[in-house]
Design a protein around this ligand. Structure first.
Ligand code: FE2
Ligand code: FE2
Length: 265
């Protein structure tokens, strides 16, 4: 079974078409899916099935692949209630990305301190912060919400409009920061970075606590799988380098500001 668990789902279905029908029964649409990168072992986790269903499905798949084997049904001890609290895997991805965006929001406070203290504006530092926001928060994160996730909601709803407007307002603040760096306008840099900080803090709270749990409750198992695939595809198109270099930058800010505080500056 281990060999099959590490095989792509497409290959498994090719060898054992019955597995495709079993997945369909649980509303996991692997047969029509065009992306063949999921491994059998990840399929069930990605779709966020209740533990009991997961155990039965895995049992049925193993039975389908090895009809003569004495397959045992895995005992499920987990409480149903516990499972309800988490996000689905694609939603968890967005929540994890929020953690990094919140780290940047916290560092903006340090950047603002520097701007207030120093006579000369550290343009490179501010533009690096802008690059993180444009690349990681906007192109990598907000794009997945706007271009993929929200297609699974009613876009005429007020809450979606509020969220989309936040993205637009945030972009406006960042554009204003860039303009202010060019003209050397300290006050405007401070104003717009401060506004960005509070806007995004509240925005992330709304998504984590209200919007994402609400969207999750309305998604079918198939939709969760679809969104996961589309997220993976979107990330792949942007390349691994984008999150890597931006998370490295966060790391560098961490050491920069830690040293600064230790040095008493
Ligand atoms: Fe958002
Ligand atoms: Fe978000």
């Amino acid at each position: 079974m281990q060999d099959f668990l590490n095989m792509s789902i497409k290959e498994v279905i090719e060898k054992h078409p019955g597995v495709g029908s079993l997945l369909e029964e649980y509303d996991i649409g692997c047969v029509p899916c065009t992306v063949a990168t999921c491994l059998l072992k990840d399929i069930v986790t990605i779709h966020n099935l209740p533990k009991k269903d997961e155990a039965i499905l895995m049992y049925s798949i193993e039975k389908e692949i090895y009809p003569d084997r004495d397959v045992k049904l895995k005992e499920v001890v987990e409480e149903e209630k516990k499972e309800e609290l988490g996000y689905s895997p694609p939603m968890q991805q967005l929540v994890d990305e929020h953690v990094h965006i919140k780290q940047m929001i916290a560092y903006i406070a340090n950047v603002l301190e520097l701007v207030a203290q120093d006579e000369k504006i550290d343009k490179d530092l501010i533009l690096d912060v802008v690059r993180f926001i444009r690349e990681y928060a906007d192109k990598y994160h907000h794009a997945k919400e706007e271009d993929i996730l929200f297609d699974y909601t009613d876009k005429s709803l007020e809450i979606i409009n509020v969220i989309l407007e936040d993205h637009v307002t945030a972009r406006g603040h960042i554009k204003a920061v860039v303009d202010a760096v060019e003209t050397g306008n300290k006050e405007k840099i401070v104003d717009h970075l401060t506004a960005y900080q509070s806007l995004l803090t509240e925005h992330i709270r709304k998504e984590d606590e209200i919007l994402f749990p609400w969207i999750d409750r309305g998604l079918t198992t198939r939709q969760v799988g679809e969104i996961y695939q589309k997220f993976a595809q979107a990330n792949q198109e942007l390349g691994e380098n984008l999150p890597e270099r931006n998370l490295d930058f966060l790391e560098s800010l961490n050491s920069k500001f830690q040293q600064q505080h230790q040095g008493g500056n």
